[in-house]
Write a protein that binds this ligand. Structure first.
Ligand SMILES: C[S@@+](CC[C@H](N)C(=O)[O-])C[C@H]1O[C@@H](n2cnc3c(N)ncnc32)[C@H](O)[C@@H]1O
Length: 227
């Protein structure tokens, strides 16, 4: 319940004129327009996919969590506020995106979140380090997806959870069109993309207890590394 409220309320952290934050939370006028036009989603559907994507994290989680990529932190800093006992590490390639996440963490006085600039394809952590790896809206952007899958698996401890969400193709024609003609051209998205079926197969090969659902073109999943 608290998680649901946190997701719904995340938009309150949206900075003035921050187009990205408004879009990813489907909260500003322009953000709602993009959600509707590109993703065929309303605010309730947007909240629903985020809730599913975060459902792999237990309430009051107190272990070690890696979030990659953290982006501007709009979706997760309010969630981390509800997990003061957790040891949270946030990584992103872009210093600019991460600066915005750090500012939000500071505003919320989060003491248990650290930030590190880096590449998901070469994570600067030992094997079996994290209890949870969370990845929201990252795998459709990562240039080397095979390396990213490999690295997430490597740093996750046996029994640990990999969860998150990202775009999958072939679910909604209009979304596929925008991805190919706009997001890819702008460099926001990088092919190849999973389909729901290919993602299910991939996760099933590597992980146990896979749950996978889609909200329009957004796949949300949670799974456990054997151990
Ligand atoms: C669409 S944003 C998602 C951010 C955030 N998780 C969210 O849902 O709002 C994609 C992010 O992936 C980051 N990124 C792209 N390639 C990366 C890489 N190789 N390693 C780490 N982060 C990367 C970008 O800098 C960007 O912040």
């Amino acid at each position: 319940m608290e998680r649901k409220e946190t997701i719904r309320g995340a938009y309150r952290m949206t900075g003035e004129n921050n187009f990205y934050d408004g879009m990813i939370t489907c909260s500003t006028l322009s953000g709602k327009a993009v959600c509707r036009l590109v993703w065929a989603m309303n605010k309730a559907e947007n909240d629903a996919y985020l809730e599913k994507a975060l459902s792999g994290i237990p309430e009051y989680f107190s272990g070690k969590l890696l979030e990659v990529p953290v982006g501007t932190g709009i979706l997760t800093m309010p969630v981390y506020q509800t997990m003061p006992e957790a040891d949270i590490t946030c990584l992103d390639y872009s210093p600019d995106m991460m600066r915005q996440a750090r500012e939000k963490a500071d505003r919320l006085h989060l003491k248990n979140v650290t930030f590190r600039q880096g590449d998901v394809g070469a994570l600067p952590y030992e094997d079996d380090t994290f209890d949870i790896v969370l990845s929201l809206n990252g795998f459709h952007a990562f240039p080397d997806k095979e390396a990213a899958y490999r690295e997430v698996f490597r740093v996750l401890r046996p029994g640990g959870t990999f969860c998150g969400c990202f775009y999958v193709k072939d679910e909604h024609k209009r979304t596929d069109w925008f991805v190919r003609h706009v997001y890819e051209k702008a460099g926001f998205f990088t092919p190849p993309y999973e389909t729901t079926i290919s993602l299910k197969k991939r996760l099933g090969k590597l992980y146990k207890a896979v749950t996978l659902g889609t909200v329009k073109s957004m796949a949300c999943f949670a799974c456990r590394k054997a151990g």
